[in-house]
Design a protein around this ligand. Structure first.
Ligand SMILES: Cc1ncc(C[n+]2csc(CCOP(=O)(O)OP(=O)(O)O)c2C)c(N)n1
Ligand SMILES: [Mg+2]
Length: 277
C-alpha cells in the first residue's frame, strides 16, 4: 500500500473522492451525500496514512481492520477503497445498480476486506468490540477502527458497547465519531440532544481526542496520538467536528442533503464548486 504523508497529496485525494461521491449518487439517483462529504478527510487520512493495510495482502492477519458503522455512507467508503487500490474506480458507476456489489450499504460477502455488513445503525460498534476481543485472544496486535455517526449515538446499543469496551479494556479498538451535528431529519440537538458529548465520553472513561475533521494535518497527528494511547492500553474516541455536506455550499449543514440525489442542475452546480476548490 502506497502510504501518503504529504498533506497536499492527501487533500488532492479528498478532492477526487468528493467528485466521485457526487457522481455516484447523481448517477444512481439515490444515496447519502451529506455524511459522505463530512467523512471524506477522516476516511482518506485513515486509509492513506494512518491504517496498516494493503489491498495486495488481504490475507495478512496483522492488517488493521475498519468497520463503517454508519453504513449508509458507502459513497465515501467505496470511493476511498477504489482509490486505495481495492478495485477499479470505473466500478464506482455501478453504485446502487441491481446485481452490483456496490450496494447502498456495505455487504461483507462481496468484499474480503470488510469485517461486517452494516447499515442498521447502532450495531457496528458491538461487532467491532467482539472483533477487538477476538484479536486480543489471538495475540494479534492489529487495530480496529470503527466509524460512528453522531445521530447514530442516539441508539442505546452504542452506550452499552461503550461500557463493554471499557469493561474489557479493548484498547485495540479506536472509535471515530463523525460529529457533523445533523442526522436524517434534523439537527441532533432537535432530534435527541446528547451534548455535551465530550464530557459524556469522558465520563465513560475514554480518552477523547477532539479534532477538526476536515484538517488533514490535525488528523494525521490525532490518528498517531490515538495509536500511541491505544498501545498504552487506553480506550480512545476521536470526536471529529465536521460539516455535513462539506464542500458544496448548498449542501452544507442541512438534513435536506442527508440522502438525496442531485438533479442535473444541482449536479452541475455542485461539481463546479468542487472543481474550484
Ligand atoms: C436502526 C436504524 N434506524 C434508522 C436508520 C435510518 N437512517 C439511516 S441514516 C440515519 C441518520 C444517521 O445520522 P448520523 O449518524 O448523524 O449520520 P451522518 O450524519 O453521518 O450521515 C438514519 C436514521 C438506520 N439506517 N438504522
Ligand atoms: Mg450526523
Amino acid at each position: 500500500m502506497h502510504r501518503i504523508d504529504d498533506v497536499g497529496e492527501l487533500a488532492s485525494v479528498c478532492r477526487e473522492v468528493r467528485r466521485d461521491i457526487l457522481l455516484m449518487v447523481y448517477n444512481a439517483g439515490s444515496g447519502h451525500i451529506g455524511g459522505s462529504f463530512s467523512a471524506t478527510e477522516l476516511l482518506v487520512t485513515l486509509f492513506f496514512n494512518a491504517m496498516n493495510h494493503d489491498p495486495e495482502h488481504l490475507a495478512d492477519k496483522t492488517r488493521d481492520r475498519f468497520i463503517l458503522s454508519k453504513g449508509h455512507c458507502t459513497p465515501a467508503y467505496y470511493a476511498v477503497l477504489a482509490h486505495a487500490g481495492y478495485f477499479d474506480p470505473d466500478e464506482l458507476l455501478n453504485f446502487r445498480k441491481i446485481n452490483s456489489r456496490l450496494q447502498g450499504h456495505p455487504d461483507k460477502s462481496k468484499f474480503p476486506l470488510m469485517e461486517t455488513t452494516s447499515g442498521s445503525l447502532g450495531q457496528g460498534l458491538s461487532i467491532a468490540a467482539g472483533k477487538a476481543f477476538a484479536l486480543r485472544l489471538d495475540n494479534n496486535s492489529a487495530k480496529i477502527y470503527c466509524m460512528l455517526g453522531d445521530g447514530e449515538l442516539n441508539e442505546g446499543q452504542i452506550w452499552e458497547s461503550l461500557a463493554t469496551i471499557q469493561k474489557y479494556n479493548l484498547s485495540n479498538l479506536i472509535i471515530i465519531v463523525d460529529n457533523n451535528k445533523v442526522q436524517l431529519d434534523g439537527s441532533n440537538i432537535d432530534v435527541k440532544n446528547l451534548e455535551p458529548l465530550n464530557a459524556k465520553f469522558k465520563a465513560f472513561n475514554y480518552e477523547v481526542l477532539e479534532v477538526d475533521g476536515h484538517d488533514i494535518n490535525e488528523l494525521i497527528n490525532t490518528y498517531n496520538f490515538a495509536k500511541t494511547l491505544s498501545d498504552k492500553g487506553k480506550n480512545v474516541i476521536i470526536l471529529a467536528n465536521t460539516i455535513k455536506g462539506k464542500g458544496v455550499s448548498f449542501m452544507e449543514n442541512t438534513a435536506e442533503w442527508h440522502g438525496k440525489a442531485p438533479n442535473d442542475e444541482e449536479y452541475q452546480k455542485a461539481l463546479k464548486e468542487l472543481e474550484s476548490e
